[in-house]
Design a protein around this ligand. Structure first.
Ligand SMILES: [Zn+2]
Length: 83
């Protein structure tokens, strides 16, 4: 995945989603990062969660949230971007 900092993702996401509250999104991202660091797993399978997807959608891994297998062109928060 492509590493991105929380603040850069918030700016990017809020530009394309003007209804999103930047502070709330930032808070959800921080929670998702904490969850991932604490080893929280996907709601559907037993993979590690995708922090960005967990902040904007369900607490799940990339494949279960998006239905796609490849995540190489998608973003993940830099501090939990392990693969
Ligand atoms: Zn999953």
């Amino acid at each position: 995945m492509i590493p991105i900092s929380i603040i850069s993702f918030v700016n990017k996401h809020c530009k394309s989603n003007p209804d999103e509250e930047p502070n709330k999104l930032k808070k959800r991202l921080k929670e998702a990062v904490n969850d991932k660091e604490n080893g929280v797993i996907c709601f559907k399978c037993d993979q590690e969660i995708w922090a960005i997807g967990s902040a904007v959608a369900n607490q799940g891994c990339f494949s279960c949230i998006t239905g796609e297998a490849g995540a190489s062109e998608d973003y993940e928060i830099d501090e939990v971007c392990w693969s």
